[in-house]
Design a protein around this ligand. Structure first.
Ligand code: SF4
Length: 169
């Protein structure tokens, strides 16, 4: 079944993150976790040439996607985003998300996370990296071998996330 707009976006974001790390020669391994967190901060990324046109919109605009201090971009695609539903949604039912109007879905609305800081603090990203290092390394090495649908299946099978997530929200 073809991917919906939210699923395609999720695949694109993870592919971009992995390509960015590869281009910088930053391997996904424990001793690089601190370097990766720093490398993926909005402050650092906004100074660099984006790896995709999609990223160019996010990182070379004046405005951050999430208005929080020390914004970190590694977990751009939140593991709690309900991408199976084209209009999206939050598996944690966060009060910080909301539906907004859009032209990219057939229902003309989409779940918007811009007021939510979940997943975007340096501490969260460090925990996310250490909790999912093996899965992330696997995805980094294999997602580009598949078409969008195959890459999405890999992503879902990997089950990225951290167990204590409710306490971080
Ligand atoms: S960023 Fe926040 S609102 Fe969006 S899916 Fe994640 S936890 Fe829910």
């Amino acid at each position: 079944m073809p991917l919906n707009a939210s699923q395609k976006w999720e695949v694109q974001k993870w592919r971009d993150r992995f390509r960015e790390l590869k281009a910088a020669g930053l391997e996904l391994k424990l001793e690089n976790v601190h370097a990766i967190v720093k490398f993926m901060s909005f402050a650092e990324r906004s100074k660099r040439e984006p790896v995709s046109e999609d990223d160019r919109i996010c990182y070379q605009s004046e405005k951050q996607c999430h208005n929080i201090p020390n914004l970190n971009c590694f977990v751009c695609a939140c593991p709690n985003y309900e991408s199976e539903d084209e209009v999206g949604g939050c598996r944690l039912a966060s009060s910080k998300g909301k539906y907004i109007k859009t032209t990219i879905t057939s229902d003309r609305m989409i779940w918007d996370c811009s007021d939510c800081g979940y997943g975007h603090s340096p501490n969260y990203v460090e925990l996310f990296l250490t909790s999912n290092l093996g899965e992330l390394k696997f995805l980094s090495e294999n997602m580009d071998k598949f078409d969008e649908e195959g890459a999405y299946s890999l992503l879902k099978e990997a089950g990225l996330g951290i167990k204590q997530r409710k306490h971080i929200l």
